[in-house]
Design a protein around this ligand. Sequence first.
Ligand code: ATP
Length: 317
Amino acid sequence: MLDAIALGELLIDFATVDTDRDGYPTLAAHPGGAPGNFLAALHAYGCSGAMLGKVGADTFGDLLCATLAQAGIRTEGIVRDPSVFTTLAFVTFGPGGERAFSFARKPGADTQLRFDELDLSLLDEARLLHFGSLSLTQEPVRSATQQAVAYAAAHGKLLSFDPNLRLPLWPDADAAKTQILWGLRQADIVKISDDEVRFLWSCGPEEGAARLLADFGVRLAMVTCGPKGCLLQNAGAAVRVAAPRVLPVDTTGAGDIFGGSAVSRLLQLGRAPEALTEDELTAIGRFAATAASLSTQYPGGISAIVPEETVLRCMEG
Ligand code: ATP
């Protein structure tokens, strides 16, 4: 039995770490992709997970599979395709530390995943399917995701969605909105950032969470607000949780780590998302916000996840 499957992009995040003596950026290659970060956090905090996705038959594909396996994630559902290259993403930082993304993805292996390549026996084993919007940007992976979501829903699985908006990957903002709204309509559990709420509805996190429940039938809404923490809401309660104060060096993947940590806590409680009490929502939010904030103190996504004891110690402190 598996706790969760994540379907979607596997890529290498290249982050600028320095400049060479000619002033050109030097880059560090971090294995990444939101669903992998999500699963690595889920596993670090007590649940099992497997990945469905596609990489090239190249060094970076090897690196991604090895990193995920080392993080305790089952990788037999990752397709190795020699006809495409593993997707590469470049993260640069502006003068105020703000991130900008560019992608070498024409077509990156992640976009070429087809439904007939998915190992559905993994989905049969799992309690939950997690997906995001990068696998909705283009075909054939969009259809693969839509069909996998339909299959999971028909087989009584929980569906978890993180929009993870990356505008440069979409033809325009309306296309991104259309697909993200589709994802929200399918999901039982949504992790979304305050920026994404503003992008979709030009409103704040409280109104965003309320809309997710009322208009999209979401059973648990989690809105993250960067250093300000998060808001969790279900049919019975809404809680606001602060994030611990840290000195961030790299916030890449913090949202995914938040999502994986929260879902891990939820699955271990074994309760329906809409039935969680105010105290349970607070406990989930505190744990996830602490795990995510602590991860920002280290570079990278998966490699920045801290052990559970460290999270618990910080929560006690
Ligand atoms: P990403 O797209 O980078 O994965 P996101 O936009 O989905 O992230 P955020 O709202 O930025 O998600 O952050 C998720 C969680 O990470 C927050 O709830 C908080 O706990 C932690 N976090 C993020 N940025 C900071 C920060 N600067 N200081 C402390 N904690 C942070």
